[in-house]
Design a protein around this ligand. Sequence first.
Ligand code: SAH
Length: 254
Amino acid sequence: MSAGWLSIVGLGPGDAALVTPEVTAALAEASDVIGYFPYVARVAPREGLTLHGSDNRVELDRARLALELAAKGARVVVVSSGDPGVFAMASAVFEALEAAPKEWRDLDIRVLPGITAMLAASARAGAPLGHDFCAINLSDNLKPWALIEKRLRLAVEADFAMAFYNPRSKARPEGFARVLNTLRDVCEPERLILFARAVSTPEEELRVVPLAEATPEMADMRTMVIVGSSRTRLIARKGNPLLYTPRSVPEGTA
Ligand code: SAH
């Protein structure tokens, strides 16, 4: 095999201070950086580095290009926002690898973690994910809507807090309205919901509302939505209240 390698890295939620030193080191050694335009734009250009920005919907092409370049000896970094293993490029690269020539499996391939949006958002608000929780991608690009709906209902039944990625896009404006309607069917109107937009960027905006006051317009593609469990609560204080889920559930609750 060649001396090429492939690292699939997470750039964190936005702030440069939230990029891990390990990822910074991989970027410093790279010959090629591949990813969605806005993420590639977060990498400083330099001599000897080729930046390959592409559109959002071409994950598999991007993944194949990354493997192909690494197989030819390039030092390739594939960038995702947040963590590369959370609704992002790491799985896309492995899907491409399964379909690729067998010898590519011996390439030096690493996944370098990053701070995923739900952790950045929950840290800003307090600790809404302090007890059991789940994460759901609300995009139905790659799965049937009926499955999203089913997972949502079962997660509420199990009383998980829930972190929603990709809540709403211009292409799917109605999906999040349906999610709110489903929640209204199965949760009490006081259930707390965090809308955390563009966390750790200059456009950051945080808002916590009870389900009764939540509207579809509160979310867009840069928003992380965290729905509390039935035990998630607010601590009022000067300035922003703290949103948190206690660590314990009393005996006999199930
Ligand atoms: N791999 C990424 C997630 C990609 S899916 C990660 O681990 O964070 C893209 C979705 O992530 C967006 O629609 C939004 O819901 C969420 N997201 C990404 N960055 C965000 C940020 N800075 N603030 C709030 N939500 C963010």
